[in-house]
Design a protein around this ligand. Structure first.
Ligand code: P6P
Length: 275
């Protein structure tokens, strides 16, 4: 089995384990987010099963302070349950995985494969590998191709911007005002659910730098890089405000980064206004 087959095979176990794991554990993750029992469960399953692969040389996750070292050529960064705060409200969430060919923290340009599993009405996987994006139906842990060579629609339709409006810097707030006149709001509180809408309908997702948190909320290794890899491979663009997320210099495992992904035209307009 390879990494994506293992992540798909683990998806039913994670999803079936959600109902009785909606409570908060006593811990916080290294980024200071409150940890759900479901976060810990998903992380344990994925860590064990991915490190069992001969090709995986290390495993890191949002839920763990340090990298778990093993032997193998690829290094996996994982957000085991992105959007787990949606569990209480029964909204979309899922797993993000990035497979790097350099030890972590690594630049997004060293990503070999990126994918997310989306627990929506159905369970799907969207994966970027070898210059193309494929969408799969995941049933009983097996994958069936739904869409080959997935690309963003040319005409954008939706947008979703995280953070509180009063906390947006003026330049981003000005950009948001223009986008709000043009597109429909789709923001669900789990990045992969919102990004999946952008991939399906065209548009832009952002969790920008905030006045209170200039680097924003999302983590480069586990969220920004893999999603940027997927969106750019699907013909879109990503930015931290000035450059592709894949070009952002990694400084530490849990570093945060402003995340903007979507149609290239919309990302170009964003970069033009962000000082
Ligand atoms: P907020 C989920 O906790 C997450 O990391 C992303 O999946 C999502 O885009 C963002 O945080 C939601 O943050 O501030 O809207 O709750």
């Amino acid at each position: 089995m390879n990494v994506l087959e293992t992540v798909a095979a683990t998806a039913p176990d994670i999803r079936d384990g959600l109902p009785e794991r909606r409570t908060y554990a006593d811990e916080q993750n290294p980024s200071g987010d409150r940890q759900l029992a479901a976060d810990e469960y998903a992380d344990e399953l994925l860590c064990e099963r991915l490190l069992a692969l001969d090709t995986v040389g290390s495993y890191a996750s949002e839920e763990r302070e340090a990298v778990v070292e093993d032997d193998g050529p690829y290094h996996v960064a994982c957000d085991p349950l992105d959007g787990s705060s949606n569990l209480k409200s029964n909204n979309a969430m899922g797993t993000i995985v990035g497979v790097y060919d350099e030890p972590l923290p690594a630049p997004g340009t060293s990503l070999v494969t990126s994918a997310y599993v989306l627990f929506g009405p159905i369970t799907t996987m969207v994966a970027a590998h070898e210059e193309t994006v494929t969408e799969y139906l995941v049933q009983d842990g097996d994958r069936t191709v739904l869409t080959e060579d997935l690309t963003l629609p040319d005409d954008p339709t939706v947008y979703g911007f995280g953070g509180r409006v009063p906390d947006w810097p003026d330049d981003f707030a000005g950009y948001a005002e223009t986008i709000e006149q043009e597109l429909k709001l789709r923001y669900g509180g789990a990045m992969i659910g919102d990004v999946n809408q952008v991939l399906t309908y065209g548009g832009v997702f952002a969790y920008p730098g905030l006045e209170s948190a200039p680097d924003g909320k999302l983590r480069l290794q586990f969220e920004g890089n893999p999603v940027a890899h997927i969106v750019e491979t699907a013909g879109g663009a990503s930015s931290d405000g000035t450059r592709s997320l894949l070009e952002v210099e990694p400084t530490e495992l849990h570093q945060r980064v402003p995340v903007h992904v979507g149609n290239a035209s919309l990302i170009d307009r964003l970069e033009a206004v962000l000082s």
